[in-house]
Design a protein around this ligand. Structure first.
Ligand code: KIV
Ligand code: ZN
Length: 514
């Protein structure tokens, strides 16, 4: 069996999905979960792209010990220097540097000749090697590059010290047969290829990212890159959970091993979906809500007689619990703590107290508190910034009637600690509430998206709201959950506004303080 390294880029390529905007605490929680999932390498961000990305990569590099942490850099010295500053405290600092190699990218984007691109790649890999032991070099748009040019440039960058060669299908254009053939060609024609690992990185524009990745593995790739839930630029990246399960279920066809812990798939997928606000479609392979549901009578009958008739993946394999009823009104602190630890949460004493209080409040209002409810409460508390000056919702009231003009009254405390209060009207309850919140915050707000969904089933299900907005010209997203849709809406608005302060002011606590 050949071992395949798993390279996760949820926090870099995934975070490039339109409208996704994670704060440092959310990125850190996703990183911890990726470590638990067993990824070999995680790309924590693009340190030179923003101060926020730099800080997040630095914090993740300091925290994560069982996966190698990497960051992206363009083939320029300043990007490599910044990446080194962010990554130097990692257990195994690793750089990912890229330059485009396709004729269209070289001519129109880089405005360089192939020889100039080759020289830049060699120079930057040599430069990076002075700092990093592990240097991955990517030939951006490799699948539309000239194969003989690829052979020449790869040979040179390996000589310059690259330890991993990545051949991305940047625009999701290739097919399994074609992509596999490219890997085989590179394996067979690059004389020093044995000195580096070969990696694949696929986008899903034609819906073939997972199939292309598997074809690359079959043809000599020993590293596969992708994201959780397949999130990423445009149509997204190859979904790592799908690749992982395909390798496991079809071992007969794919004789490869990975270090992944498959039962962590569900939690990883839930965490990424909740923090990014990118819902997983019900029919999504492996992690969709319906992935294990059997609707037709014939299928149900077959499954009852022998599950293997229609079920090739068991829910347990990927960590889907069949019974998610949990604690109730009379559950004590001890049972609560046990349960949340079982669910994979590690909270400070302060946050644990807060979580227990929220749980108790919920049991007063809701008949059954499910794992899904707890997951929503706990992730909110876990990633709430405690030490920054921010807006806090004190109280609100909304008057709505079919023949009245909806009116909202809101009281807030400002980041300066001053209590402010006002009332406004709107075409509907949410609009009235948002007009009032907007009148109270001193920031320039434009709401661009509002999404309401329920957590779990039943009329007493929690409401969850995700919003996207610009605050003082900065794109942010926010989320809020509550048993009431208006309260969830208000929380999401305030959460989005506070992200601007969070990104400016947060100093992360050391992991030991958790
Ligand atoms: O898709 C791509 O080409 C990339 C590179 C930066 C590796 O994400
Ligand atoms: Zn990519």
């Amino acid at each position: 069996m050949v071992h395949v390294n798993i390279f996760d880029t949820t926090l870099r390529d995934g975070e490039q999905s339109p409208g996704v905007n994670l704060n440092q605490l959310e990125k850190l929680e996703i990183a911890r979960q990726l470590e638990r999932f067993g990824v070999d390498i995680m790309e924590a961000g693009f340190p030179a792209s923003s101060q926020g990305d730099f800080e997040a990569v630095k914090a993740i590099a300091k925290t994560i010990k069982n996966s190698s942490v990497t960051g992206l850099a363009r083939a320029v010295k300043s990007d490599i220097d910044i990446a080194w500053e962010a990554l130097k405290e990692a257990a195994e600092p690793r750089l990912h540097v890229f330059i485009a190699t396709s004729p269209i990218h070289m001519e129109y984007k880089l405005k360089k000749t192939p020889e100039q691109v080759m020289q830049t790649a060699i120079d930057m890999v040599s430069y990076a090697k002075k700092k990093f032991t592990h240097v991955e070099w990517s030939a951006e748009d490799a699948s539309r590059s000239d194969l003989d040019f690829l052979v020449r440039i790869i040979t040179k960058v390996i000589d310059a010290g690259a330890t991993v060669i990545n051949l991305p299908d940047t625009v999701g254009y290739t097919t399994p047969e074609e992509y596999g053939r490219m890997f085989r060609y590179i394996r067979e024609n690059v004389p020093n290829i044995h000195k580096a690992a070969l990696s694949c990185h696929c986008h899903d524009d034609l819906g073939m990212a997972v199939a292309n990745s598997l074809a690359a593995i079959e043809n000599g790739a020993t590293q596969v890159e992708g994201t959780i839930n397949g999130i990423g630029e445009r149509a997204g990246n190859a979904a790592l959970e799908e690749i992982a399960v395909a390798l496991n279920i079809r071992k007969d066809k794919y004789p490869f091993t990975t270090n992944l812990v498959l039962k962590e798939i569900k939690r990883t997928s839930d965490l990424v979906s909740r923090f990014t606000g990118m819902k997983v479609p019900g029919n999504k392979a492996v992690v969709g809500k319906n992935a294990f549901a059997h609707e037709s009578g014939i299928h149900q009958d077959g499954v009852l007689k022998n599950a293997l008739t229609y079920e090739i993946i068991t829910p347990e394999l990927v960590g889907v619990q069949s019974n998610d009823l949990v604690l109730g009104k009379h559950s004590g602190r001890h049972a609560f703590k046990d349960k949340i630890e079982q669910m994979g949460f590690e909270l400070s004493q302060e946050k644990l107290n807060e979580a227990f209080q929220s749980f108790k409040q919920l049991t007063d209002r809701k008949k059954e508190v499910t794992d899904e409810d707890l997951f929503a409460i706990l992730t909110d508390i876990q990633t709430a910034a405690v030490d920054i000056k921010k807006y806090e919702l004190v109280a609100f009231q909304v008057h709505y009637g079919s023949s009245n003009l909806p009116t909202a009254t809101v009281a807030l405390t400002t980041p300066e600690g001053i209590k402010v209060e006002t009332a406004c009207t709107g075409g509907g309850s949410v609009e009235a509430l948002y007009n009032t919140l907007e009148a109270l915050v001193k920031e320039e707000i434009h709401l661009t998206d509002f999404n309401l969904s329920s957590v779990g089933r039943g009329r007493d299900a929690l409401a969850e709201v995700h919003v996207k907005m610009t605050v003082n010209g900065i794109n942010v997203s926010g989320r809020g959950s509550s048993q009431d849709v208006l309260e969830a809406s208000a929380k999401a608005f305030v959460n989005a506004v506070n992200r601007v302060f969070f990104n400016q002011n947060t100093v992360l606590k050391e992991p030991a303080a958790l």
